[in-house]
Design a protein around this ligand. Structure first.
Ligand SMILES: C[S@@+](CC[C@H](N)C(=O)[O-])C[C@H]1O[C@@H](n2cnc3c(N)ncnc32)[C@H](O)[C@@H]1O
Length: 271
């Protein structure tokens, strides 16, 4: 049993991704993705980044560990009549089915950070990008006060300790770790740039109903609630998260939710 795969197949991340579409579009515009570029989107989910990249004419491959999300991505591509994007199952720590130097850019927004063996992830991203190409990662930042880092922090306090040897995904949000991992893949630190950027979650209901979406469909939150229920602490977990979602909401209407979350954007100029 692959626990990493099971975690993401457990829920239905498409339900969260629906709230991230505008930020996915804005990212693709910001990166200047253009017609004919060969793009790999790692940990692509149902294509928050991959689909808008394909709409701009790039040749896009989405790779994700979760079978249900791969199917959802291919269904979106078909619905939109996009023949230049396809989704397939794969693990960001082992992309042996993909050749060296295959892509102009390898992107991973909050995806590859969840894969095991981060040094292998860095190596695979560099190996599959052509010399002169770019790797871009979006990684949540440990101890950041905004939404996702706080959901993961609160949830971990209600979850059993991770197995021995487990490397927290949040370590990808620390610049020193990122540098060490890409140096291990043969890239010098001066080729790695960092910036703090924002994704916005937009949900057409109250913050409380948005929390409900996480509770029902987001694997890490589902697991935290299962553990909390077993300990009789589910109400406490719900209370902490409800306060968080309410405090973070910036919508001018109490009936809708708009929450910004800060992430570390990593850009690597591949030698
Ligand atoms: C937070 S979601 C982000 C999805 C998408 N990038 C987006 O912005 O909507 C994390 C994604 O990473 C995928 N993932 C987790 N571990 C992975 C791995 N080892 N290899 C590939 N994908 C992985 C999950 O299945 C999930 O789709």
């Amino acid at each position: 049993m692959n626990a990493n795969k099971a975690l993401w197949e457990k829920g239905d991340f498409t339900r969260i991704a629906e709230s991230m579409r505008a930020s996915g579009e804005a990212l693709v515009d910001d990166l200047g993705i253009t017609e004919g570029q060969r793009i790999l989107d790692l940990g692509c989910g149902d294509g928050t980044t991959a689909v808008p990249a394909a709409r701009r004419g790039a040749e896009v491959l989405g790779v994700d560990i979760a079978r249900n999300l791969v199917a959802a991505g291919n269904a979106r591509a078909e619905r939109e009549g996009l023949a230049n994007v396809r989704f397939q199952e794969g693990d960001a720590s082992d992309l042996s089915e993909l050749g060296d130097d295959s892509f102009d850019a390898v992107l991973s927004m909050f995806g590859a950070m969840f894969a095991p063996r981060p040094f292998d992830v860095a190596k695979e991203m560099i190996r599959t990008t052509r010399p002169g190409g770019t790797v871009v990662m979006g990684n949540w930042i440990p101890n950041d006060p905004t939404l996702v880092a706080q959901i993961l922090r609160i949830s971990s306090a209600y979850s059993p300790p991770p197995p021995e040897g487990f490397v927290s995904p949040m370590t990808w949000g620390v610049e020193e770790n990122v540098i060490e991992r890409f140096e291990g893949a043969g890239v010098s630190a001066d080729r790695i740039a960092f910036e703090r950027s924002t994704y916005r979650f937009e949900h057409p209901g109250t913050p409380s109903s948005f929390l409900d979406v996480f509770r029902r469909y987001y694997g890490p939150t589902m697991n935290a609630f299962e553990a909390a229920e077993a300990d009789g602490r589910a109400d406490a977990l719900h209370g902490e998260l409800e306060a968080l979602f309410g405090e973070q909401n910036e919508s001018s209407s109490p009936d809708t939710t708009s929450i910004a979350a800060t992430y570390l954007r990593v850009s690597v100029a591949v030698p």
